[in-house]
Structures are given as C-alpha cells and as structure tokens.
Design a protein. Sequence first.
Lengths: 150, 150, 150, 150
Amino acid sequence: MAVKLSTGYVRASGYAHKVRRVLFALARKKVEPKEIIRASAELNQRIFEEFQRLNVSKEDVVRITVDFRIKDGSIVWDYDSLRIEVYRKGEEERLAKAMEEVEERERELEEKIKAIEEVALNLKKLTDELIERIEELKQEHTSLKLRAEE
Amino acid sequence: MAVKLSTGYVRASGYAHKVRRVLFALARKKVEPKEIIRASAELNQRIFEEFQRLNVSKEDVVRITVDFRIKDGSIVWDYDSLRIEVYRKGEEERLAKAMEEVEERERELEEKIKAIEEVALNLKKLTDELIERIEELKQEHTSLKLRAEE
Amino acid sequence: MAVKLSTGYVRASGYAHKVRRVLFALARKKVEPKEIIRASAELNQRIFEEFQRLNVSKEDVVRITVDFRIKDGSIVWDYDSLRIEVYRKGEEERLAKAMEEVEERERELEEKIKAIEEVALNLKKLTDELIERIEELKQEHTSLKLRAEE
Amino acid sequence: MAVKLSTGYVRASGYAHKVRRVLFALARKKVEPKEIIRASAELNQRIFEEFQRLNVSKEDVVRITVDFRIKDGSIVWDYDSLRIEVYRKGEEERLAKAMEEVEERERELEEKIKAIEEVALNLKKLTDELIERIEELKQEHTSLKLRAEE
C-alpha cells in the first residue's frame, strides 16, 4: 500500500531536512531509523537534481509530494508520483518571508532542544555512576544479589 | 605476591558472605566480579567442610585467614595457609551476642540499600525514556544530528 | 529605551500565543514570568478589539508590531506604535495554508514537549525520594552529618 | 508509654553515634529529626559524665539501656532507668577487637554512602536544570500552560 509524503510549504533551502522529518513521522514505527536516513538521502538527491533543472533558488518556496511503499523493511520511492511546486520569491514575497521566519524559529528551537539533550545525557552518565556505586556498596557491605550473579 | 584475606570476627552463620565481601574489597580492581564470586564460592566450600570437621555451630564466632595470589585474572587460594579460629558460643557469650547484633543490623542496612537500588534502577529507566523522547523530538522537529547517524 | 515586538506572519487564530512567546524571548531576563503573562494578556485584549473592528477572520494571516518599554519591572505598551497588517485568506491562499501547516506542526511539537516535561517531573520526584532514602540510611547506619544539622 | 533504647555492644569511643542512630530508628516517624538530634545530644552528655565516673576508656566495650517517653513532640529521658554495662578491654580482649573491626567497617561504609549522596545531589541539580530548560522551551516555542500560570 502506497503512502503519500508531503513536505507542505517550505523554503527550498530547507527541503531536505523537511523531507526527513516528515518521513520519520510517517515511518518511524515501521522501519529502522537508519533506513529512514538512507531513504530520505536518496529522495533528496533526486529532488536536488530536479531543483537544478527547474532553476529553483534557495529563497523560493516549494511543496513536494511523492508516494512510497515499505517492502522488507526498506522504503521504495515511486518517482513517477514525484511532484514539485515552486513559488518564486519575487512573485510570492510574503510567503517566502513567512517561511524564512519559520526556519529562523526552528533554528532557535534546535538550540534549546540540543541543550536539553546534553542535560539528559549528563543525567544518564550520573545515573550509571550511581548504580555503579550502589553495586560497590552491595559488594563490600551486603550479601545482596549482585548484577554479576544474574 | 600473596595477599592475606582475613574475615575478622564473624558469626559462623555469616562467614560465607563475609569472605566474599572482604575479597571484593581486596580484589575488585584486579579481577572480574565473576571471578570473585567463583573464588569465594570455592573457598567457602572448603571452609564449610572444615566447620563440619571442627563441629562448629552457627552461633559460634569464627575468624578465618588465608593467603591467595592472582594469576592470569584468577584467584588461587593457598590452602596450606588457611587458619580457622573458633570461639564457642557457650564460652564467649558476649562475643557471640555482639556479633549477632552486628548481623541483625546488617540485615536492616541491606533492606535500605535494596530500596535505594530500586529507586536508582527506576531513575535509569526514566532517563532512558527521556533520551528516547528527545530523540523523537529531534527526528520530527529538528535537523539535529541523530544517534543513528553517529 | 523602547523595544519593538514583532509577531512575524501568523494566522489570526494564533496571534495571542505568538505575542506571548515573542515577549518571553525579548523580556525573560528582564522581568518576572508573571509580568510577561500579564502584559501579553493586556496587549492581546487590545489586538482582539482591533481585529473585531477590522473584521479579521481566524484563517487570515496577520503581522503585528508594537513598541514597549520596561519600567520598574513592568512592561508598558506604546499603543500609538501598534501596527496590524492583515492578509485575507481568500486573496493570500497559499500564505494562509502555509501558516496553517505551521500551526499544525506546533501542536504536534507541544504534545512531545509535554510528554518530555512529564518524564522530567517524574525524574524529579524519584530524585527527591532517592535523597530522602539516603538520608534515612545516614540517620540509622552512619554518623555522617544530617541535613537537619546544617 | 515508655520505650527502651538499647545500644547493644559498642566500643565506648562510638557510643554517641550509636545512641543517635538507634534513636532515629525508634523515633523517626514520631518526632522531628531536630528533636532526635537534640535528645541524643542531651543523653550523650549524661552518659559521658557517667563514663568519667566509671573510668571507662574508649577501647572498652559498653552496652547502654535507658527508657524514654514522647511528650508533645519531645523526647523525655527517664534517667532513673539508665543502665551502663562496661567490659574492660584488658579482660574482654576479643570482644573489644571485634567491636573495633565493626567500627572500622562502618567508617568505610560511611565513605561510600557519602559518595552516593553526592551523586544524588548532583542528579537533583541536573534535574532542576532540565525542568528549567523545558520551561524555557515551553515559554518561547509552545502555548502550553506555564508554571507561573499555575
């Protein structure tokens, strides 16, 4: 069964990340993350070639749709269904400006999420250290069952 | 180079755990936890046989010393050096009572440490879930580098 | 010194949240969160009245700018500088559609952030429990300095 | 209703900490930690005076029992019931040695618990930072309910 991927409106400069994010939302529970990364890279290469043929500039706004199937854990693109709409910045000034603002805001969001991820990874390290120290306490001061015994 | 393991004074009922705990303190950084568990089980079996020969009852207090070496990551007991002192409960009433109290207190300590370990393991689970959810957020809402790309 | 707040392009339905978010980004380090919430509610009420006067429908796209000053920890709006641009959905169909997509995506993002917040609050509860249990351990099994002694 | 506190066998040098620990185990759920600390300090002063009268040296082993009541959130000692048994080191050499070993082991345990406490307090700091950063994310990137609104 084919699924349709649609990027929605997005600046040409940001199409590749948008493709990948949408594909994650559609396929995460069905295929491995690595396959999503591979499949989006493949599609993005094809879109990039079309962009050159269509003379798309990075400030233009585009909307891309394409069908795909999942077969044996892989994503297979139906390139015949690939459709690219292009809205030139000069003609659609406000649309282009609005999408630029969206991009800018996403960059700020990314910085904050990255900072949260760092805190979470430090939490993980500390939690591992805590468990390690409790194991030491168990080894030298109790007769509790140890992890090495499990 | 030989190292001397000494249990200190301990009730006969608790010698096995005491041997293992002391061995962890002496050898943890030099051999694997599994080897410490194996080696203490081996020694404890030998001590158990001696106890039967000596007619030790579990309320008696004992003190055990023995030398060992570490060779290729294994602990090798020098059974010729094994020395077991036995203090009969009837004759050393206060010593026996004092060591019983120590054992009782260790049991209470174990319960508390076990409860702390459970909390720590739950912390670990939650931290893993947090990192998983942040990864999802990154996949669908950012162009940040994903773990699957590393 | 006056600061300019600009919502950027946003659907009329979402102007109030956008005003507040932008104000947090501009003023968080200078005034209390409560004042930001109060001041954005005040401005949003005024914008709402203008919307009714201008006959703005919620699918239209708007862009709002206004100057403000911070005086004694309060935000003071310069309503003379308030400027509202309106782009009617019928005439700016693609702009309206693009901003609707942005709103939709923000809703998904909010759900994920809310889930992460819940995990973090559970982590906090567990960490507090851990510290409580360690204090108990200290009280009954050690002579370490207690929190009640500090 | 009177409750009996008993230190069990303990070296004279460690009686004060033992009194406090046992009192925590008996009274924690009934009175405030501060009152336990105060009441044990009061009793320990009295025991100290008796030790001087009895010429107890710190290597001797003692066993102390005393009754107390809880009245209006305070611990009231019944000094008439105070009983101190003293076992001189010279006469009870093995008992004194055994209790010295117990003390030594408790010191090692304390160091490990202190290290675990430090890790837990760092976990707390990091968790607070995480929640702070998620609140920032909510303020600038979502319309979720903020803590300042609650």
